[in-house]
Design a protein around this ligand. Structure first.
Ligand SMILES: Cc1cc2nc3c(=O)[nH]c(=O)nc-3n(C[C@H](O)[C@H](O)[C@H](O)COP(=O)(O)OP(=O)(O)OC[C@H]3O[C@@H](n4cnc5c(N)ncnc54)[C@H](O)[C@@H]3O)c2cc1C
Length: 430
């Protein structure tokens, strides 16, 4: 028998699972929601198969204040807190130049400038919330292999262990990542701008504690970030490294000995965390700006990395995707409450227009920052140093920067809520 669902989410990465949770929380219980993931999703408490990792891999994510508000509303935040390390300060500097600036949460009376979580823990919290909620049917391994418009919706061909079967979707949410095969099948063209850089990531143990400080250091090879992590037994002082490098350098540093790696990193980063003494598993990711040229059609929405994948320097990609998720679910829920179908084009257009400015601003910001800090022109270098020093003298500029990084500029409301009790929570080594 052919199956049909009101909403089908294709792709169970961080965005697909967040979307499933938010939809289930916003829509009437009668709405049938199906989540399809091509790899086996781990059961509650399980680590999951080695294949399933696209979002929930060895990386860490800096969640902005806007993401905190969204996860609070989804009832995921409380569970996540044990793994979160609040960012109390961000130290921005430029190697070989005199400029540097410190952005501090306390200056704005905010609980934190952001929160760092290892993707593996974020995945675990999201999937347990999904199992707890029990409203979404999640199928895995189940891969969408073909699709075509059908009766105002989409007919999907889905391959699982039993073979290939057709599933009809009233609304299809495409969340299959930056190399979206589904966008290609839908004829949605994608603009790609390669940055000719790779992001090398690894966890680093240091002699000195980070004290809640995130470091963003711009070097002639590309930006280097060290984000504070919660401590573990045996490694109290841990930070997550995101080091942007030309491909050949990333490959070389990924394959060299631990000693050589730490020596190079220490030379580039300096001694703000004392001696760097241990590095975890190293991975590298090619970087490109990916933008789908269409985000909504009747009965179809493209979300997450499939819609826009950004340079990680400003830690904005997932935070932007979560704001899209919140706005999209609101538009669908409003439509359903007014008697419209979840795939109603008018409601989906509401979502697109509501998020357009946020998307343009965030994508532009993430695209410009690495280019600005890699200029070799000495005059630009001086300008950049003055801009960094100047931030300490120009509170309005600094405030605008912080609001942007926290994602609250996009929320369009002042952030007056201060959760003083949060300060330092979850930080084992601060
Ligand atoms: C080094 C690095 C650091 C980053 N740091 C930050 C940060 O600090 N803050 C931030 O906001 N963002 C950050 N990002 C961005 C963030 O990682 C992405 O926004 C996020 O991973 C996007 O998730 P996604 O679910 O859209 O895509 P993916 O993670 O690619 O998930 C897609 C899912 O779809 C599944 N799939 C694919 N095809 C099919 C199919 N045909 N059928 C069924 N399932 C399918 C895949 O198996 C996968 O599980 C960073 C990115 C990088 C590279």
């Amino acid at each position: 028998m052919r199956q049909s669902h009101d909403i089908v989410i294709a792709g169970g990465g961080m965005v697909g699972v967040s979307l499933a949770l938010q939809l289930a929380a916003s829509l009437p219980a009668a709405t049938r929601i199906l989540l399809l993931e091509r790899f086996q999703l781990p059961a509650p408490g399980e680590e999951g198969s080695a294949d399933y990792h696209p979002s929930f891999d060895a990386r860490s994510t800096a969640l902005s204040y806007s993401s905190r508000l969204i996860y609070e509303a989804m009832d995921v935040w409380t569970d996540l807190q044990q793994w979160l390390c609040p960012i109390e300060r961000i130290h921005v500097s430029s190697r070989g130049h005199f400029g540097s600036t410190v952005l501090a949460a306390a200056d704005y009376d905010w609980p934190a400038l952001g929160y760092v979580v290892e993707n593996a823990w974020l995945g675990r919290a999201l999937l347990s919330a999904l199992h707890r909620q029990g409203r979404v049917e999640a199928r895995s391994p189940a891969r969408v292999v073909a699709l075509a418009p059908h009766n105002g919706g989409t007919r999907l061909q889905v391959e699982d262990e039993a073979g290939v079967a057709a599933i009809d979707a009233g609304l299809l949410l495409v969340a299959d990542g930056a190399d979206s095969g589904l966008c290609e099948q839908l004829g949605v063209s994608i603009n790609r701008k390669p940055y000719a850089q790779h992001a090398l990531i690894a966890n680093i143990a240091s002699n000195e504690p980070h004290r809640g400080c995130a470091y963003e250091r711009f070097t002639d090879e590309g930006p280097l970030a060290l984000l504070p992590l919660t401590g573990t037994t045996g490694a109290a002082n841990r930070s997550a490294l995101v080091w942007t490098l030309p491909e050949s350098r990333a490959e070389q540093l990924k394959g060299c000995t631990e000693e050589a790696f730490l020596r190079e990193l220490q030379q580039r980063f300096g001694y703000r965390l004392g001696r760097l003494r241990q590095v975890g598993e190293r991975h590298s990711y090619p970087l490109q700006l990916v933008q789908a040229t269409e985000q909504v059609r009747r009965g179809v929405v493209v979300v997450g990395n499939a819609a826009h994948a950004l340079h990680p320097v400003a830690g904005q990609g997932f935070n932007l995707a979560l704001r899209d998720v919140a706005q999209l679910c609101r538009a669908i829920a409003d439509g359903v409450a007014a008697g419209r179908a979840p795939g109603d084009l008018g409601q989906l257009e509401h979502f697109r227009l509501a998020q357009q400015q946020d998307q343009e601003r965030t994508i532009g910001f993430s695209d410009r920052v690495p280019a600005l800090f890699m200029q070799s022109d000495p005059l630009l270098g001086i300008g950049r140093d003055l801009a960094l020093c100047g931030m300490d003298f120009l509170p309005a500029l600094k405030r605008a920067f912080v609001r942007h990084a926290a994602g609250v500029a996009a929320l369009g409301e002042p952030v007056a809520t201060v959760h003083k009790g949060d300060r330092g929570r979850g930080q084992a080594n601060g």
